[in-house]
Ligand binder design. Structure first.
Ligand code: NZQ
Ligand code: ZN
Length: 392
């Protein structure tokens, strides 16, 4: 096990009707809130009215900024920073999924920075302050409700970058599984693929003597795999949503990666797809993950055999590890297919015209800053290109 520093202080308020308490929960921390949300689902579902009522019942003043799109844009972040400064906002309430939350975090740190907040993403400048961010989660997927991370797309440069800081850990995240009932099937599936990937990125490692986190990763993955299909049958299955919602948070709050070398190659490769083609993050991951597995498993076949047995339930032919692993990857692909997720880049609308460019951008080669990505196997841009081709 590697040395680690574990700090994961996000407060998660979980359960039915918890969103009605949002005003009460944030009242000790705020006089004026920026209510930040996406393209309108919260208005259609009535959640917007619930939130506004809870704020006004608690005499909390607010201004609002909607319009966050999936793969949230820098231009709206700039608008939000100006609004917060002009209106003396002291807390941001993000109501939505990873996109609204990440946009809120970008605004939260940008308010205290004189330059362009994109500098944080591009130059990795440290921050020592950000406005507090509270959250009502409407889609379990990105895990941003418990992470200190934010991912923003710069529409001018076509780059999508992440940034992390302990100052961006949410103050409070409210999670009511009933709010997930209105999610369309493709978003359910995208979310499931994303949270599974957050576990894979931590699970697949060359680090040994990490039995505890191995087991936590495996249990969380099995919980997702057994509960997700129930949601396609019945999107109002509270208990299945409760399992998936909690799993999504555990997947990305950092615990599962403690003491392990982490990978993150699939996320890096996917961010290029999202930046170039604006595909949904989870859908991109569902296409790339099996291709990545096929490309790297020989570098640590023991790890993949463990995955096959403990997660995918492969029990035959244990002496033939190659067959074991191939069966596990096939089962994972079958699971994604059953969830309605795309299987190929072609299904995502991506042809081969920009694969080389994306591979070179992914490792920095394109910007003359080549650095390998990945943990279990270190990948240069030619490796990434081969994985993209395997996913075609
Ligand atoms: O915009 P609205 O109208 O709200 O619709 C959204 C959006 O179209 C809809 N939706 C959300 N909740 C709903 C709902 N529709 C009906 N009923 C509900 N209850 O779902 C769509 C997707 O929402 P979005 O917030 O984009 O989804 P997600 O949570 O998957 O977030 C994706 C973003 O998170 C980033 C991704 O890169 C991507 O930009 N990530 C953030 C991470 C982090 N901060 O730690 C880590 C992740 O790896 C990921 O990279
Ligand atoms: Zn992700």
């Amino acid at each position: 096990m590697l040395n680690f520093d574990m700090y994961m202080p996000a407060r998660i308020v979980f359960g039915a009707d918890t969103e009605k308490k949002i005003g009460e929960l944030i009242k000790p921390y705020t006089k004026k809130v920026l209510l930040h949300y996406g393209g309108g689902s919260i208005k259609r579902t009535g959640l917007y009215d619930t939130v506004v009522k809870s704020l006004s019942d608690n005499n909390i003043d607010f201004v609002e900024l909607g319009g966050v799109v999936p793969n949230p844009r820098l231009s709206l972040v700039h608008e939000g920073i100006k609004l917060c400064r002009d209106e003396n906002v002291d807390l941001i309430l993000a109501v939505g999924g990873g996109s609204a939350i990440d946009s809120a975090k970008a605004i939260a740190m940008g308010v205290y920075y004189d330059g362009d907040v994109w500098d944080m993403y591009e130059k990795r400048l440290p921050i020592n302050k950000a406005l507090p961010v509270a959250i009502i989660l409407t889609i379990p997927a990105a895990g941003s409700e418990s992470s200190g991370d934010t991912v923003i797309s710069n529409e001018e440069t076509g780059r999508k970058y992440g940034y992390g800081s302990p100052h961006l850990r949410p103050l409070i995240s409210v999670m009511n599984p009933e709010l997930f009932f209105t999610l369309p099937k493709n978003q359910i599936a995208n979310g499931v693929a994303d949270m599974m990937s957050h576990i894979f990125e931590r699970y697949f490692t060359n680090t040994v003597n990490v039995d505890l986190t191995d087991g936590l990763c495996e249990t969380t993955l099995r919980t997702i795999i057994s509960n997700a299909p129930k949601l396609l049958e019945n999107p109002e299955d509270y208990n299945a949503w409760a399992e998936i919602g909690f799993a999504g948070t555990v997947a990305h709050n950092g615990l599962l990666g403690m003491g392990r070398e982490q990978d993150w190659a699939c996320h890096n490769m996917e961010h290029e797809l999202s930046a170039a083609y604006d595909v949904a993050h989870g859908a991109g991951l569902a296409v790339l993950t099996p291709a990545w597995m096929k490309y790297v498993y020989k570098d640590n076949i023991e790890m993949f055999a463990q995955f096959a047995i403990n997660v995918m339930g492969v029990s035959k032919g244990l002496r033939d590890k190659e067959a074991l692993v191939n069966e596990a990857i096939a089962r994972l692909q079958e699971f994604y297919r059953r969830m309605g997720l795309p299987q190929t880049l072609e299904e995502l609308g991506i042809d081969d015209s920009r694969l080389e460019e994306m591979a070179q951008k992914c490792t920095g080669f394109y910007y003359k800053q080549e650095g390998k990505i990945g943990g279990l196997k270190k990948l240069d841009w030619q490796d990434v290109l081969k994985i993209y081709k395997l996913a075609q």
